[in-house]
Ligand binder design. Sequence first.
Ligand code: SF4
Ligand code: F3S
Length: 104
Amino acid sequence: AYVVTDACIKCKFMDCVEVCPVDCFYEGENMLVIHPDECIDCGVCEPECPPEAIKADTESGLEKWMALNADYAKVWPNITQKGEAPADREDFRNETGKLEKYFS
Ligand code: SF4
Ligand code: F3S
């Protein structure tokens, strides 16, 4: 499956939602996650994300994000249409450590 990582937090461009053929994105207040059992590994969302938050789970070092995506996809609501991205999203685009600072 593909996973959403740190760069999405507080940016939430939502371009990914538009292209997913199986609607497997789920929405939290500050980020989206992908349901690992629903993602069909098509890869079309990966290049659509401006801050490059979406990664293939075959990359190393993504265990924390794989767990977070799996956990929150069970509790957050499904999102099938692109909503309004935060007006200040560019302010957070290059920030690091966003999970610790803003995730709730
Ligand atoms: Fe959806 Fe394909 Fe991205 Fe998986 S890889 S989340 S199926 S667009
Ligand atoms: Fe987040 Fe990128 Fe989608 S910022 S909402 S994963 S387009």
